[in-house]
Write a protein that binds this ligand. Structure first.
Ligand SMILES: CC(C)(COP(=O)(O)OP(=O)(O)OC[C@H]1O[C@@H](n2cnc3c(N)ncnc32)[C@H](O)[C@@H]1OP(=O)(O)O)[C@@H](O)C(=O)NCCC(=O)NCCS
Length: 169
């Protein structure tokens, strides 16, 4: 069985560790090693994670294997993104050994339920144009609504699709 809990500040090092273990296999063939290191530092340093939680209203959920309490992965979301009735999924990363076993589906469905209960009507996210997670999102009911090229500094760009999923009961 899988348990999903809301992370506290105490859990941020676990999130950081999962990201560091997951990013090389996720982005190794898409981004340079320099860009991966730059983005991990920008998005997953303890200061950056604390800012996301305390200043940007990101909520992190952790998935754990119930019996062993082993951490499998995490997601983060933000209600009312840009003042709209949308919940933005900022991150979803599962450890390589925990992928392909239904945990991602469980986390997306959990965020969908939380977002709907909050009163949001849409889930929104950005995904790298070359990430095979796109097929997962399509399977989960997302479709591409836009493309975005984001300058993240240091000469690095993020080339993304914006994908959305309408929510209903
Ligand atoms: C993307 C990710 C969160 C998906 O979670 P997951 O647990 O591996 O996916 P699930 O096992 O829950 O799959 C759910 C469904 O999507 C399908 N699916 C998953 N990955 C797929 C793929 N690459 N291509 C086609 N279908 C896929 C599954 O077959 C399953 O279908 P089903 O409902 O008919 O059984 C996970 O693989 C991951 O962490 N990947 C690396 C990090 C990453 O890319 N994160 C996204 C950044 S934007």
């Amino acid at each position: 069985m899988i348990t999903v809990t809301t992370a506290t500040e105490h859990d941020l090092p676990i999130i950081r560790e999962i990201a560091h273990q997951t990013w090389p296999s996720t982005f190794g063939e898409i981004l340079s090693a320099e860009q991966i290191a730059y983005m991990l530092d920008m998005m997953y340093s303890m200061d950056a994670l604390k800012r996301q939680v305390h200043e940007k209203n990101h909520v992190f959920l952790l998935a754990q294997e119930a019996e062993s309490q082993a951490y499998l992965g995490f997601t983060s979301y933000e209600f009312d993104y840009k003042g709209l009735l949308k919940t933005k999924i900022h991150k979803i990363y599962l450890l390589p050994a925990s992928q392909g076993k239904g945990v991602g589906k469980l986390l997306i469905n959990r965020v969908a339920k939380i977002a709907w209960t909050h009163g949001n009507a849409t889930l929104s996210l950005n995904v790298n144009k070359y990430n095979k997670a796109i097929q997962f999102y399509e399977r989960m009911g997302f479709s591409t609504v836009d493309t975005e090229t984001i300058d993240i500094g240091n000469g690095f760009l993020m080339e993304d699709y914006v994908m959305e999923k309408p929510l209903k009961i």
